[in-house]
Design a protein around this ligand. Sequence first.
Ligand SMILES: CC(C)=CC(=O)SCCNC(=O)CCNC(=O)[C@H](O)C(C)(C)COP(=O)(O)OP(=O)(O)OC[C@H]1O[C@@H](n2cnc3c(N)ncnc32)[C@H](O)[C@@H]1OP(=O)(O)O
Length: 257
Amino acid sequence: MAYENILVETRGAVALITLNRPKALNALNSALMTELSTALDGFEADAEIRAIVITGSEKAFAAGADIKEMQSKTYMSAYLEDFITSWERVSRVRKPVIAAVAGYALGGGCELAMMCDFIIAADTAKFGQPEILLGVLPGAGGTQRLTRLVGKSKAMDLCLTGRMMDAAEAERSGLVSRVVPADKLIEEAVAAAEKIASLSLPAVMLTKEAVNRAYETTLAEGIRFERRVFHSMFSTEDQKEGMQAFIEKRPAVFRHR
Ligand SMILES: CC(C)=CC(=O)SCCNC(=O)CCNC(=O)[C@H](O)C(C)(C)COP(=O)(O)OP(=O)(O)OC[C@H]1O[C@@H](n2cnc3c(N)ncnc32)[C@H](O)[C@@H]1OP(=O)(O)O
């Protein structure tokens, strides 16, 4: 498949998707987001792929939704096109997805990163929800996901002032899982993805589902869900292999079933 706005490569069981509209700081237009969805569909269906990394350039992960494409929309056109809803494809990927963020992750760029399972940030990363500066508010989940990740006070601060926060503040506030030197970003993100890809895929996918459930349900329901899923893991070959390998003091060889 030939793409114009993203670059796609595979490294063993890891897929690396690079947003590639350098002249527009990876502004997320509909063509790019359609290509991203298509690539994710392909990797989701590809049994050889067990983890995905989404990244951008050194200067920008993504500077937001494409303002030039968006500027002339009307309420009716936005509603009828269901503008933004298709972006949620990223958050519905069942395999693990890591965002590797350098430079600007603003507006829709920050929201795209938050749709991934976790964010590894370069020390150059800058996060923000500057939509308020454009006379609007975040529209791809920013007010909701950011608040869950960093809490009300920081989310209000960022969404109401439109200011950017640097990688250190993003790590302190829980938006990113770790900060690495910019020149090591892809190496670190791919290494994390390779580690995950070496583990049992059903266990990984169910872990992702269970952690995500924590955002959508009560504690009691979430724990019940976790317990049911945990019990079901004893039906997998990988559970037998993982525990047998521990007892035999050897590395486990998972077959992803
Ligand atoms: C998801 C939803 C619903 C909403 C949104 O995401 S709204 C967008 C939120 N993002 C922003 O408001 C950020 C806009 N960009 C900037 O503020 C700046 O570009 C910057 C601070 C990220 C970088 O500033 P810098 O001076 O280094 O670079 P520029 O000359 O401003 O940009 C280079 C080039 O990229 C184009 N660009 C940047 N961001 C966008 C964008 N979000 N949409 C469309 N185009 C963008 C910018 O226009 C310029 O291109 P031209 O020289 O051809 O105009």
